[in-house]
Design a protein around this ligand. Sequence first.
Ligand code: APR
Length: 262
Amino acid sequence: MRDRRYAHPFRDLRAKLRQAASVCVLSGAGMSAESGIPTFRDAQTGLWANLDPMQLASEAGFRADPQRVWDWYQMRRDGVRQAEPNAGHVALARYAARHPGRLTILTQNVDDLHQRAAAQTGEGARIVALHGSILTDRWLDACPRGEDLMRRPCEPSRAEPGHPPRCPDCGNRLRPGVVWFGESLDYRDLTAAEEAASACDVMLVVGTSGAVWPAAGLAARARHAGAHVVILNTQVSEIDDEAHIVLTGSAATLLPRLLDPL
Ligand code: APR
């Protein structure tokens, strides 16, 4: 545990979390690692350790080999559907249920596990899924119908089965509802995230390498706005310098210790 100024980091932090009017969590793949979902950049086990993200998580990669990308996401979706929220997700959901309106979760994860923990525990947190959801689809291209109201629009429900499914009228392809490299975040999500980061008293940065922007920049935004920034990670991250305190350990272990029963 690398604490810079605190003799009793947990006790001091719990006091801050008890008093805070607004708490923000920025979470990454490490948050779901103990639910059995691989991270991206962990050596050996991370998805990008053996796969090229530009081939599998970019529009160009999808257009180059739609079947490979679609099947890879189907495989990941199966893993996500079988996964369960871990003790870290549950601790956040319970804290939020006990303090409605206090917690905002800004997640880079596309696995819906924060949402599922909230649904199981009682809504309380506002959850912003910065990178979308792997369990949803959307059309690759804008519907060619455009202004031609005589033509039926592309409807996912009518998509012809395939790898990927296609619109029977125009051949438009379905793609996973996630944000790929080179794509912008939904501006409403990014605006909500920036507002929450600027308004929070405490930001917990959980299980992210801090390698991907603009999400990684939210920790600095919170710190510059006066929030107390705490990093929870099993290893050193690229944004440790933004933290007032770094707690080394796993999300499913540290979060219950920090939040139960605050
Ligand atoms: N508890 C806490 N932290 C953990 C755990 C754990 N059990 N296991 C791993 N970690 C940490 C790792 O040390 C690492 O710093 O989680 C981090 C995971 O980092 P990445 O794999 O880079 O994932 P993330 O930061 O979420 O990636 C950001 O990159 O590939 C894109 O769109 C994808 O949203 C993703 C974005």
